[in-house]
Design a binder for this molecule. Structure first.
Ligand SMILES: C[S@@+](CC[C@H](N)C(=O)[O-])C[C@H]1O[C@@H](n2cnc3c(N)ncnc32)[C@H](O)[C@@H]1O
Length: 217
């Protein structure tokens, strides 16, 4: 199904910056079409780690996925914007909380989304967050990750440069720390009984972005 991109972006008005940011993300990044597809036939509640302004919620609901949703992010301003847009979209059952994942982790059982967040954490904290996320995944749930991968390709280098640039120009408060490798991710998830499938998710972008869906083996 085609996402109602303009209608979703309009929920962030009168903030024109967030309107254009959302519209361009929804139009150019294949993430928001792909992730609702990954939640097809799922009914477990979703914990969205590093949810930003909560675009995933709008895409899930527009795709007919009425899963219980809670989004957490360390950026209180984004959480406020996420709450306001969620109310405009009449997603009154969705919850958003401010939470610094390097300090605390919300209690949860079901599915987890971790989209474009790992790279902002130091390597050791990435491992801790992955373990915490994996432990939440129920028998019927899944862990859906979108991340750049360190694999020595030009796409990998391009992704690192752009993440650093995003921090430098102020798009991201947190700075780029490290890219995981596919081997590290796979092994870390296997330690928690999860089997991961990887698929490229760069669409027409120059980035080395991958979608990883991990389920109980
Ligand atoms: C590139 S954005 C991705 C937003 C959202 N997941 C999406 O894909 O639309 C990365 C998000 O991670 C959040 N983040 C970074 N470090 C975090 C931390 N320690 N705890 C919680 N959120 C964090 C940032 O505030 C930001 O909103």
């Amino acid at each position: 199904m085609t996402l109602p991109k303009r209608a979703i972006a309009a929920r962030f008005l009168p903030d024109r910056y967030r309107y254009w940011y959302s519209l361009s993300k929804l139009a150019m990044d294949p993430l928001y079409d792909a992730v609702p597809g990954a939640f097809r036939n799922q009914s477990e509640p979703v914990l969205d780690l590093g949810c930003g302004i909560g675009l995933l919620l709008h895409c899930l609901r527009a795709s007919g996925r009425q899963l219980p949703y809670i989004g957490v992010d360390t950026d209180a301003v984004k959480i406020e914007a996420a709450r306001a847009a969620s109310a405009v979209g009449c997603h009154d059952d969705a919850k958003f909380q401010v939470c610094d994942l390097s300090v605390q982790f919300p209690e949860h059982r079901g599915s987890v989304a971790l989209l474009d967040v790992l790279q902002y954490l130091p390597r050791q904290a990435q491992g801790t967050l992955l373990s915490q996320a994996a432990e939440c995944v129920s028998k019927e749930g899944q862990l859906v990750i979108r991340t750049g991968l360190a694999d020595g390709t030009w796409r990998s280098a391009m992704t690192r440069v752009t993440d650093r640039f995003g921090h430098w120009v102020g798009w991201m408060k947190t700075s780029f720390k490290a890219q995981p490798s596919a081997q590290e991710l796979r092994a870390g998830l296997r330690r928690h009984g999860l089997q991961a499938e990887f698929q490229p998710l760069w669409g027409r972008t120059p980035f080395n972005n991958w979608l990883v869906v991990a389920r109980r083996a």
